[in-house]
Design a protein around this ligand. Structure first.
Ligand code: HEM
Length: 96
């Protein structure tokens, strides 16, 4: 998540979040990822359409965040098949 917070375009919406809030956001995203890929974790996030409401997220901003995730998956050498599965699921979140 540090890639997102440090990003020059989208980082601004996270300014002012303390360490605990950042830790929670990170954990919620981990659980969401594990849940969506058949892991044992339960989702602990509120619905994204609620959390993201009124942020006015543009397609460009969405792509920036998705690309940070893609970069992280590559850093961890996630195999091609799993990488593509995850990114396909993330793409479906785009309306939110
Ligand atoms: C890959 C797409 C994305 C995913 C999977 C995602 C996931 C999440 C999750 C799980 C939460 C926590 C919800 C909760 O508190 O219960 C969240 C919150 C949030 N997201 Fe996203 N998000 C995505 C894209 C974006 C984008 C593009 C932006 C803005 C540029 C954004 C801005 C935020 C903000 C500001 C919060 C609230 C942080 C807080 O105050 O707690 N997200 N997101």
């Amino acid at each position: 998540m540090t890639k997102v917070w440090d990003d020059p375009v989208v980082g601004g919406v996270f300014v002012g979040m303390g360490t605990d809030s950042r830790d929670q956001l990170r954990q919620k995203n981990k659980n969401l990822l594990y849940f969506n890929t058949g892991g044992l974790c339960q989702k602990i996030n509120r619905p994204l359409e609620l959390t993201h409401r009124d942020l006015g997220i543009t397609d460009k901003e969405f792509d920036i965040v998705a690309n940070h995730l893609a970069a992280t998956l590559k850093e961890f050498n996630v195999p091609k098949r799993e990488y593509e599965e995850v990114m396909a699921k993330i793409g479906k979140l785009q309306p939110y």
